[in-house]
Design a protein around this ligand. Structure first.
Ligand code: ADP
Ligand code: MG
Length: 682
C-alpha cells in the first residue's frame, strides 16, 4: 500500500467520547471529515439595514440593544429590542440562558442572524443566532457551512474539525488521467473545497443546487465507487467454478406440451438467457424479474427441469413458509406427473418426516427440494446440487448468500423478484447480478379497473360483490393487515367471514388464513378454484401465488395500511381471466400524506415497474433493498432518480477503469468505501 493510501485511511485522533459522537455521523477515519458535507449554508457576508431586510430568508442585521425584558405571557420569554440607523427590530427567545441576557445587555452592539417576520408588535426574529460586535469587526467573506451533527457536538467544534482536515488531508485525484476532463467534472480537491469553504462569489442558491459542478463531482465519485465495487463482486463470482448444465428436453418437452398455453416471447427469451448461463462453467447469478402475473413460475420450473434432466438436483427457497408452500404445491402438481420426486422441507414437519425428507435429498431420490431459506442453511446435504432458485432474493442479505456448496463447485443461482425492481436500482444496487426481465404479460389479460371507496360505503360494495357473483364470477375479500398482532388479524378475518356470510346468504363464502393447516388451506383453495365457493375471505396470505382466473373482483379493506408492492401483488390476483376485473380499495379517513400518495399511485398505474419506480421515490431505496442495504454501499449524495445521467456514465466507465487503471480503482475504493468492501465479497 502506498503512503497516500495510509493517509486516506488514517484513524481518528479524537477523544473517545467525541469519537463516539463522530461515529454516529459515519466519521470513522480522518478522511471521513472530508466526505461529511454541509447540510446548508448561512450567509454572514452581508449586513442588511433592518428597514430593508427581506422576509422569508435568513439575514444578518446589526444594531444596538435598546431594551431587554423577560415577559411572562403567554409564556416566559426574553424580548430584546435592537436598533440600527434605519429601524428597530425585536429579538425573541423562548429558551434562553443568563449568558444571553448578558450578551444582549442594553447598549451592546450585536449581530443577529435569522429570519425576519412580521410580529404583533412589529418586525421580529425568533431565536436568532447572536454575536457581539467589536468596533472594526469585519463580516465573513464567504458563506458559513452548517453540518449535520449530533447532540453534544457543537456546530462550531465540528466545523473546525472539518476545516482542519480539509487543510491536512491530501485531496489527491483518484480518477485516471484525463477522465475528469473528458467527463467535464471538476477536480475532487476543488469540489470539496468549494463545498466546505466556498469562496465569496458563491451564493446559497448556487451551493444548494444539485447541478453545481462540485456536487456533480461528488455524486459521480460516489456512483463510480458503487459501480466499481459491484463489478468487482461480479468478477470474483465469474472466477468461481460450476458445472456446465445442459438439459436434453426429456422432461421439459412433455411438460411444455402438457401446458394449456404456449410460452410468451418474453418467457422464451429469459429462458434462453438462463439456459446459456447454466451451460457455462462459472456459477450463474441471474435475477429474474417480471411483473405480477408475468409467468415467472413456469420459467423457474423449466430451468429446474433442465438441471434435473442433466442429472442434478435443484433447491427452491422462499423467504416465508407460506410462499415456499405455494411454490411446492404448484411445482409438485406440475413435476410429479413427469416422475420427478419433489421434496417439501417445512419447519412444521415432525422429526421422523424431516429425517425422511433429508434422506431423500441426501441420497438423490428427491430431485427438487422446496423450503424456506433458513431451512436450507443448516443441515441439508445434497447428492448433487446443480441449481438453486431463490425467490424474493432482495429480501436476503448479501452477507447471507447461499451457504449451499457442493463438490462439483458452486450451484448456479436463479433469483426471482416478485416486486419489480426499478431500472435505476437494478443498474446500481443490483449491478453485480445479471438480470432477465419478462417484459410482457401472457395474452388475454384484461386491464384491471381500480376503485377507491371510503369504507363508509360498505353496502354498495356488498351489492357489487353480489352482482359479480350473479355474473358467474368470483370475489376475493382481503382483510386488513394488522401489523401489531397476528391474533387480531386472524380475529378480524373470522369476523369478516361471519359478517359476509350474513350479508350474502345467497353465496358460499370461504375463509383462508395463515394459521390454517396446509391441508385445510389447500382444501379451501381447491373449493374456490372449482367455484364451490364464490367469495373467498383471506388475510394477506393470498398476496403471492394464488391463481384463480375466474376471480374478477378483489376487495381490499384498509388499503391505506398496505405498501405499494403489496397492493400491486394483491391486485394482480385478478385480471387473469377474460372477464373485466375490478379492484376495490376500501380506505378509512383521515388519510396520512403517505397513504394518500400510495393510493394515488396504485389508482393511476397498473404497470408494476412504474409502481416500483414511484415507490422508490416515495420511500427511498431502503425498503427495496431489505437486508441487502447493510452490505451494498448506500448512496449519500447521489439520488437515483435525479442523477441517472451520472449513474449511466459511472456504469460505462467502471469496467474501463478496472481494466486499465487498477491502481486508481483501489485508491478510489479506499477513499469511498474504506473497509466496507468485504460485504461485497460474500
Ligand atoms: P408470477 O410471475 O406473478 O409468479 P405466475 O407464474 O404465477 O406469475 O403466472 C401467472 C399465471 O399465468 C399462472 O396462472 C400461469 O399458469 C399463467 N401463465 C404463465 N405463463 C403463461 C403464458 N405464456 N400464457 C398464458 N398463461 C400463462
Ligand atoms: Mg409468482
Amino acid at each position: 500500500m502506498s503512503p497516500i493510501h495510509d493517509l486516506a485511511n488514517q484513524p481518528l485522533t479524537a477523544a473517545p467520547a467525541t469519537a463516539k459522537k463522530l461515529e454516529k455521523l459515519g466519521i470513522r477515519r480522518r478522511f471521513d471529515f472530508i466526505l461529511h458535507l454541509p447540510l446548508r449554508y448561512e450567509d454572514e457576508t452581508h449586513l442588511y439595514p433592518i428597514a430593508s431586510a427581506p422576509y422569508g430568508q435568513a439575514v444578518l442585521v446589526e444594531g444596538e440593544v435598546l431594551s431587554q425584558e423577560i415577559q411572562f405571557k403567554p409564556r416566559r420569554q426574553l424580548v430584546v429590542q435592537i436598533e440600527d440607523a434605519t429601524a428597530t427590530l425585536i429579538l425573541r427567545f423562548i429558551h434562553f440562558y443568563p449568558s444571553q441576557q448578558k450578551q444582549l445587555a442594553i447598549g451592546r452592539r450585536v449581530r443577529a442572524l435569522g429570519e425576519v417576520r412580521r410580529g404583533f408588535f412589529g418586525d421580529e426574529m425568533v431565536h436568532p443566532k447572536c454575536r457581539d460586535v467589536l468596533p472594526g469587526d469585519g463580516l465573513a467573506t464567504s458563506l458559513t457551512p452548517v453540518y449535520p451533527t449530533v447532540a453534544g457536538l457543537a456546530q462550531p467544534v465540528l466545523r473546525r474539525m472539518v476545516q482542519q482536515e480539509l487543510k491536512a488531508q491530501p485531496l489527491f485525484e483518484t480518477l485516471p488521467p484525463g477522465m475528469a476532463e473528458a467527463e467535464r467534472l471538476i477536480p475532487f480537491a476543488d469540489a470539496v473545497s468549494i463545498l466546505h469553504a466556498p469562496t465569496p462569489d458563491y451564493s446559497v442558491k448556487q451551493l444548494t443546487d444539485p447541478l453545481l459542478p462540485a456536487w456533480q463531482r461528488l455524486k459521480f465519485d460516489e456512483l463510480l465507487a458503487q459501480q466499481l465495487s459491484m463489478r468487482l463482486a461480479y468478477r470474483a463470482r465469474r472466477q468461481g467454478r460450476a458445472v456446465a448444465i445442459r438439459g436434453d428436453g426429456r422432461l421439459s418437452t412433455p411438460f411444455l406440451n402438457g401446458l394449456p398455453f404456449a410460452l410468451t416471447r418474453a418467457q422464451q427469451k429469459v429462458l434462453a438467457e438462463i439456459h446459456a448461463d447454466m451451460g457455462a462453467e462459472h456459477p450463474m447469478h441471474r435475477l429474474l424479474q417480471g411483473d405480477v402475473g408475468s409467468g415467472k413460475t413456469v420459467v423457474a420450473a423449466l430451468a429446474a427441469l433442465a438441471a434435473i434432466e442433466a442429472g442434478f438436483q435443484v433447491a427452491l427457497m422462499a423467504p416465508t413458509e407460506i410462499l415456499a408452500e405455494q411454490h411446492y404445491l404448484k411445482l409438485s402438481a406440475w413435476l410429479a406427473p413427469l416422475g420427478v420426486d419433489v421434496a417439501w422441507l417445512s419447519g412444521s414437519l415432525r422429526k421422523k418426516q424431516k429425517t425422511d425428507v433429508l434422506a431423500r435429498i441426501g441420497d438423490g431420490t428427491a430431485r427438487l427440494a422446496v423450503g424456506t431459506h433458513a431451512l436450507f442453511q443448516d443441515t441439508v446435504q445434497f447428492a448433487g446440487l446443480g441449481l438453486a432458485i431463490v425467490d424474493e432474493q432482495h429480501r436476503f442479505g448479501v452477507g447471507q448468500r447461499l451457504a449451499l456448496k457442493d463438490k462439483g463447485g458452486e450451484p448456479h443461482q436463479l433469483m426471482m423478484s416478485a416486486t419489480p425492481i426499478p431500472r435505476t436500482l437494478a443498474m446500481s444496487f443490483f449491478a453485480d447480478l445479471d438480470v432477465s426481465v419478462i417484459d410482457e404479460l401472457p395474452p388475454g389479460r384484461t386491464p384491471i379497473v381500480t376503485k377507491l371507496i371510503n369504507s363508509g360505503r360498505r353496502e354498495e360494495i356488498i351489492a357489487f360483490v353480489d352482482k359479480t357473483c350473479r355474473q358467474g364470477q368470483q370475489v376475493y375479500w382481503v382483510c386488513p393487515l394488522i401489523e401489531e398482532s397476528e391474533t387480531l388479524q386472524l380475529q378480524t378475518a373470522v369476523d369478516t367471514h361471519l359478517q359476509l356470510g350474513e350479508d350474502l346468504p345467497q353465496w358460499k363464502v370461504g375463509l383462508v388464513h395463515g394459521r390454517m393447516k396446509p391441508a385445510e388451506k389447500a382444501a379451501v383453495m381447491a373449493a374456490f378454484a372449482a367455484n364451490e365457493l364464490q367469495v373467498l375471505v383471506a388475510t394477506t396470505v393470498i398476496e403471492v401465488g394464488v391463481d384463480v382466473p375466474n376471480a374478477s373482483l378483489m376487495v381490499i379493506e384498509h388499503g391505506e395500511r398496505m405498501g405499494l408492492a403489496q397492493l400491486h401483488q394483491l391486485r394482480g390476483r385478478v385480471g387473469r381471466g377474460s372477464a373485466k376485473s375490478v379492484c376495490v380499495l376500501m380506505f378509512e379517513t383521515p388519510l396520512s400524506e403517505l397513504a394518500k400518495a400510495r393510493l394515488k399511485v396504485i389508482y393511476e398505474h397498473t404497470d408494476g415497474f412504474e409502481i416500483a419506480r414511484q415507490d422508490l421515490q416515495i420511500r427511498g431505496p431502503g425498503e427495496f433493498l431489505g437486508a441487502r442495504q447493510s452490505g451494498a454501499p448506500m448512496l449519500r449524495f447521489a439520488n437515483l432518480e435525479e442523477d441517472i445521467a451520472l449513474l449511466e456514465r459511472a456504469r460505462e466507465l467502471a469496467p474501463l477503469m478496472l481494466e486499465r487503471w487498477p491502481e486508481a480503482v483501489q485508491r478510489h475504493l479506499d477513499r469511498w468505501l474504506a473497509g466496507r468492501e468485504h460485504f461485497l465479497k460474500a
